[in-house]
Design a protein around this ligand. Structure first.
Ligand code: GDG
Length: 487
């Protein structure tokens, strides 16, 4: 089997992999061997170096970003333009041409690092919005390997793409991948709509897209979690999670503190539920929300907003021995998180836009099937496309969410069990190991495409499609020159 080379913004540095994505990629890399490349946790002044991290059956390599790159590429174009754009928050987009230039420059630099690391047979799998132009930069260096891309966040709406400094570049970047993997069927539809609106793109009979002599396929691969690993954590007993402060009943929320997760509306909806709750009951909302990207203004603002809402609701409803909202603005370790999910009567996932949302799947996996809690799930989270038996809500509608909390607390056991069985079925079908296996199987099955020499391109306008005896040495190719079939 050909080696796998993974590129993602962050790479795990510890000895034991944890988290669905990390476990899935770790397993895939362990099977095929290869290399995982990503940014180092620290910025530095020697940005060209790939530092090797020991201790796994494959190589992990970290490269440093300079301070300037961190600001322009990561905090700037990636997280202040692409992130809000893909999550339909164009009002939060902060455009800067220097940031756009830095984003592209980092991608070109990473392309050189990758090109120096790969062997001709390697399959390359690039992750997420930080590296959308990476395939284009690799092709410019003459890399002909199969390159797949997976976008973890929602695919942007066509009309929103006009906000980019060079809107036409987005489709052209993506077209240099052999396979574009997206979370949901809805994302695939939006991606195809973008190509359909682009005069450079042509649809082939098998549904793939021919774009300036390259052919690219677009498919959905809903991501999931390491189901067994998570269940084992949830079933493990440990010290009492709450000490003497055991909540009577509670609904849990777990999110990076991000404006896309709909936290202010969630807190307000819980406040509304407190107005409606049965007399004398003392429910809690336990919200774990570790801070992220605090250097970006929009993230500072949401933190302050939530602190304000929490103070107002607790001030109004709290009693000496009851605090309705426990807002924990820190990270909680994974095994405690799993046990918290299991103890909760319900989980609130109220994203305004979300690629998938793994918390929804973790909560379901952590439940006791005999007495499961209820998942309240935003219809704007990717997970909602398949998890139709969650209690789906409109995260913009506080009354709707307050009613769902009430329903979840009162739901009869039989209905909870039925919904849980169906949601669990989805969680199992999208296990993270299956996700990476499916993606790589499709990527590996795609014929390699090598552009003909410039001269022959002019005469035939085609590409070479076929299986190579030895990649990188075009003279040994066994493919035949074809013009991809027209519509
Ligand atoms: C992106 C997309 C897509 C959170 N707090 C703690 C903690 N977490 C863990 C959760 C979960 C993960 O972080 C969050 O994953 P999500 O999927 O919910 O959201 P994003 O971080 O935005 O992820 C998303 C995902 O990529 C994968 O493709 O589903 O749509 O936005 O695993 O458990 N973990 C620990 N302590 C915490 O305090 N240990």
């Amino acid at each position: 089997m050909s080696r796998l080379v993974v590129v993602s913004n962050r790479i795990p540095t510890g000895a034991t992999p944890s988290g669905g994505l990390v476990v899935a990629l770790h397993d895939a890399l362990s099977q095929s061997g290869g290399c995982w490349i990503g940014t180092s946790n620290e910025t530095g002044e020697k940005p060209g170096a790939l530092e090797q991290i020991a201790g796994q059956p494959y190589t992990r390599m970290a490269f440093q970003l300079t301070e300037e790159e961190m600001v322009g590429y990561y905090l700037g174009f990636a997280n202040s333009v692409l992130w809000p754009l893909c999550h339909r928050r164009v009002d939060l987009v902060r455009l800067s041409l220097p940031d756009f230039a830095t984003y592209q420059a980092v991608n070109r630099r990473v392309a050189r690092l990758v090109a120096n690391t790969i062997t001709p047979e390697d399959v390359i799998w690039i992750h997420d919005y930080h590296f959308i132009p990476l395939a284009r930069a690799l092709r410019d260096l003459g890399v002909t390997n199969r390159i797949g891309f997976f976008l973890h966040i929602p695919f942007p709406v066509l009309s929103d793409l006009a906000i980019l400094p060079e809107p036409a570049a987005f489709a052209a970047w993506l077209a240099h991948y052999d396979l574009i993997g997206l979370q949901t069927r809805g994302d695939v539809a939006r991606c195809l709509e973008m190509f359909r609106a682009d005069p450079r793109a042509e649809f082939l009979t098998d549904g793939s897209i021919k774009f300036q002599e390259r052919v690219t396929a677009v498919r959905s691969f809903p991501i999931g979690i390491d189901v067994e690993g998570f269940q084992a954590d949830a079933e493990r007993t440990g010290s009492n999670l709450f000490g003497s402060d055991n909540p009577e009943r509670f609904v849990i929320g777990v999110d990076r503190l991000d404006y896309t997760k709909g936290l202010p509306n969630r807190f307000e909806a819980f406040g509304r539920y407190l107005e409606l709750r049965p007399e004398g009951s003392r429910p809690c909302l336990i919200q774990i929300a570790p801070p992220t990207r605090q250097e970006v203004q929009a993230y500072q603002e949401i933190t302050e907003e939530l602190q304000g809402i929490t103070g107002r609701i607790n001030g109004r409803f709290a009693e000496l021995d009851w605090t309705p909202i426990r807002f924990i603005n820190r990270s909680v370790d994974r095994s405690r998180l799993a046990r918290l999910y299991r103890c909760a009567q319900a989980c609130l996932v109220t994203s305004l836009a979300d690629g998938m949302n793994l918390v929804a799947k973790e909560f379901v996996a952590a439940q006791d099937p005999e007495d499961p809690g209820v998942l309240i799930l935003s219809r704007f989270a990717g997970a909602a496309e398949d998890m139709v038996d969650a209690l789906q809500v409109n995260p913009y509608d506080r009354e709707d969410m307050a009613a769902a909390i009430d329903l979840a607390f009162r739901m009869p056991l039989e209905e909870r069990q039925r919904r849980h069985v169906n949601c669990m079925d989805v969680v199992r079908r999208t296990d993270s190991a299956l996700w990476s296996k499916n993606f790589l199987a499709v990527l590996r099955s795609i014929p390699v495409q090598v552009p003909l020499d410039v001269g022959s391109l002019h005469s035939s306008g085609g590409i070479v499609v076929g299986h190579r005896a030895h990649l990188g040495r075009r003279s040994e190719w066994k493919g035949k020159a074809v013009r991809p079939p027209l519509r």
